[in-house]
Design a protein. Structure first.
Length: 165
C-alpha cells in the first residue's frame, strides 16, 4: 500500500506541476500513463492500476502478486494488463493469484510465460554480466533473445494502449 501511495503521490504532484505552467511537464500527456515494474514493483504496478484509473496500462515483469490484497485480486484489472515472467514460481500461490486476477479482469489481460528464464532475468544484472547465470540467478535463455522478446512485447503493448491516433 505504501508503494501504491507513492506512485499516486508522484502522479498527483506531476498534475500540480502541469497546472503551474511548467513548460517541460506541460509537454507530458498525463492522460496516457502506463506503469511497469519487476517483482514487488510488478505487484505495485498491478495494485496502483486497480486503485487509480489514471494508470491506464500495466505491465508486470515476473511480478510478485502474493502481497497484493485479496480484494484487489478479486476486483481484477480494468485497464489492459500484460504479465511477462518465468514459467514457474517456487510458491504456486503467485500464479494462482495471477490467474484469478486475469479471470476477474474486464480489460484485456495476458500472461506470457517464457521457458528458460529465472526471476532476475527480468532485471538488468543478467544482461550486463554472465556471473548471474554461473550462480543460478538467471536462466538458460540467451540474454539477447530475452531482451528482444521483452522489448518487442513491451513497446507493442504500450504502443497499443497508450498512444493516441
Amino acid at each position: 500500500n505504501t508503494r501504491i501511495a507513492d506512485l499516486i503521490f508522484v502522479l498527483d504532484y506531476l498534475e500540480i506541476i502541469q497546472n503551474n505552467d511548467d513548460i517541460f511537464w506541460k509537454q507530458v500527456d498525463l492522460t496516457q500513463v502506463g506503469v511497469m515494474g519487476h517483482s514487488f514493483g510488478g505487484g505495485t504496478a498491478i495494485g496502483v492500476s486497480i486503485k487509480d484509473t489514471r494508470f491506464i496500462a500495466c505491465i508486470a515483469l515476473d511480478g510478485w502478486l502474493e502481497p497484493i490484497e485479496e480484494s484487489l485480486i478479486n476486483q481484477g484489472m480494468n485497464s489492459p494488463f500484460l504479465f511477462i515472467g518465468r514459467s514457474k514460481w517456487d510458491e504456486p500461490l503467485n500464479y494462482e493469484n495471477l490467474d484469478k486476477l486475469i479471470a476477474n479482469s474486464t480489460a484485456p489481460a495476458e500472461k506470457l510465460l517464457l521457458e528458460g528464464t529465472q526471476h532476475f532475468d527480468y532485471a538488468d544484472i543478467p544482461h550486463f554480466t554472465s556471473v548471474s547465470s554461473k550462480i543460478g540467478l538467471s536462466g538458460s535463455i540467451p540474454s539477447s533473445e530475452l531482451l528482444d522478446t521483452m522489448n518487442t512485447r513491451i513497446i507493442s503493448f504500450f504502443g497499443e494502449y497508450l498512444q493516441k491516433d
